[in-house]
Design a protein around this ligand. Structure first.
Ligand SMILES: [Zn+2]
Length: 251
């Protein structure tokens, strides 16, 4: 039962911008495109932004979904989103990045990892490429362990554990990230192959195995410092990341 009384105009406007994507567990409701001008290395770059929400119920009556929003406490959870640039649907050569949320790196600019650098650099590369998309995956904090557990893992790292050991000591598998939703959204926005920006061949395989049409891989290294040297080395030595000649590791 829908309790919310919306002005007809409100539903009319929103309906135009919502897409229903059916999944095995229910549905993804994708809202966008929304114009998002972004400050990027001193220039303003205009992206198209989409955000999505997973729900169990599958309905084309979006009023049912809108009706739940005010009581769903969404700010207590994370929602993922994607920044799209250029003619993403039709262009031949699109560059994409599946970026795992990193509260400390992306927001605070922490130098313990290279996430903040990779986020900005991938947005820049996408704009320079002419088209592409940056998926910002909100349930991927700390490779899927969550922010609080990541803080605990950092404490262990300050006591000599490497990234992988720290996560495993807390009872987590090294990498529990899932890309299914993002791939569903990607397939809704584009069916042609994409080139993936990553240094992580496992990520490339995971995405290919999940049905992502990939035409190639582009490395994304940079921002090496005394603070993240060990973290980057662990990525290469323990997590199988590919080191690029003359540069240094991330992802
Ligand atoms: Zn990070």
């Amino acid at each position: 039962m829908v309790n919310l009384k919306l002005e007809p105009k409100v539903l009319e406007v929103l309906k135009e911008k919502i897409q229903l994507i059916k999944t095995d567990e229910g549905a993804i409701y994708l809202v966008g495109p929304i114009q998002l001008p972004v400050e990027l290395y001193g220039e303003t770059v205009v992206f198209q932004w989409y955000c999505w929400l997973n729900r169990c119920e599958i309905t084309g009556n979006y009023l049912e979904i809108i009706d739940q929003l005010s009581s769903a406490n969404l700010a207590e959870y994370q929602q993922s989103s994607v920044l799209v640039y250029g003619d993403f649907e039709n262009a031949d050569d699109a560059l994409i990045r599946m970026h795992s949320i990193c509260h400390t790196g992306d927001i605070f600019g922490s130098k313990r990892c290279d996430c903040g650098y990779q986020l900005k650099q991938s947005m820049k590369s996408i704009a320079e490429n002419g088209t592409g998309a940056l998926f910002y995956l909100a349930n991927h904090e700390g490779r899927g362990i969550g922010l609080f557990s990541k803080a605990m893992a950092y404490v262990l790292q300050e006591n000599g554990y490497d990234t992988v050991e720290a996560n495993e000591s807390l009872g987590f598998v090294d990498d529990s990230r899932n890309y299914e939703d993002a791939i569903q959204v990607l397939k809704t926005l584009r069916t042609k192959p994409v080139k993936l920006m990553t240094n992580n061949p496992k990520k490339l395989d995971a995405l290919k195995n999940a049905g992502l049409p990939v035409s190639g891989r582009e490395p994304l290294w940079g921002d090496k410092s005394e603070y993240n040297e060990k973290y980057l080395q662990t990525k290469i030595q323990r997590s199988g990341h590919l080191e690029e000649e003359g540069t240094c590791p991330n992802d």
